[in-house]
Design a protein around this ligand. Sequence first.
Ligand SMILES: *Cc1c(COP(=O)(O)O)cnc(C)c1O
Length: 218
Amino acid sequence: MNHLVENLKQIQNEIPKETILVAVSKTKPVEEIQILFDAGQLDFGENKVQELVEKQPVLSKEIRWHLIGHLQKNKVKYIAPFVHLIHSVDSEDLLKEINKQALKQERIILCLLQIKIADEDSKFGMEQEEAQRILATYETNFPFVKIVGLMGMATFTEDENQIRNEFRRLKIFYEKLKTTHGFTTLSMGMSDDYKIALEEGSNMVRVGSKIFGARNYN
Ligand SMILES: *Cc1c(COP(=O)(O)O)cnc(C)c1O
């Protein structure tokens, strides 16, 4: 078996059946995505619009593409025709633009609100109060987007307790909103912390290097 497929199967065996595994293919060639697709993987994540729009046309239309990285408003139009789920909605302005482009495409775009849970400044995301404010009104203002849940990235640290606490806090917030807003998706956990994330109630993990190997940015 191809080593990428082996890695994929190993992770699938470790996670509950109902958990969605998003294979994060950023910086990796379409040939590798194809191998995983042929092995049955349908969900792939990219963090750059440019890279996503280059890969999408040459691969199967069955692939569900997840935009997981920071999204600039002026780039929404490029992914609006096909994106399956945008994990990184971090402002109302961005949501407004997604709604506009979704309307043009005559489709509803699924989104997650990215909540700031890490104590690092570098991580994007909004505060809980901002998320609640948006959720209270968006259905009337932005009928072409549907917010189906939340995403969060824990602090990059060796301290497992800190990571666990950050995920736990997001899960509590998710539970508070879930019923009222019809949430289905809590996206938390990457290669180094998805096990902790699953223990803390994640149902969607975004795994890159543990499937594809280390990334080379040169
Ligand atoms: C790159 C990335 C991942 C995957 O990271 P790995 O550590 O390689 O699993 C997950 N989520 C986001 C938002 C990313 O940018």
